[in-house]
Design a protein around this ligand. Structure first.
Ligand SMILES: [Zn+2]
Length: 81
């Protein structure tokens, strides 16, 4: 894995310690990208692995399990509320 990916991951990990990484990423995107990602998350034709891969191609590192956790509402976005 390239160093830049690791550093990116570290950056997100730090800011997302108390919140879901999906939420952190959504908040970091501009409105058009945010909407596109939200649509993808709600579209069950896309697997978590596919979304993870697309995000990684855009220098956003998130594992498919984290994506799936958010989709199943098994993350702090939903638990905390
Ligand atoms: Zn979440």
């Amino acid at each position: 894995m390239p160093l830049s990916d690791d550093l990116e991951k570290l950056q997100f990990a730090r800011s997302s310690r108390r919140s879901c990484l999906v939420k952190t990423i959504l908040e970091s995107l501009d409105s058009a990208d945010k909407l596109a990602l939200e649509n993808a998350l709600n579209n069950l034709n896309f697997s978590g692995a596919q979304i993870s891969r697309i995000l990684k191609e855009n220098n956003i590192v998130i594992g498919s399990s984290t994506v799936n956790k958010h989709r199943k509402k098994d993350c702090c976005c939903h638990v905390a509320q």
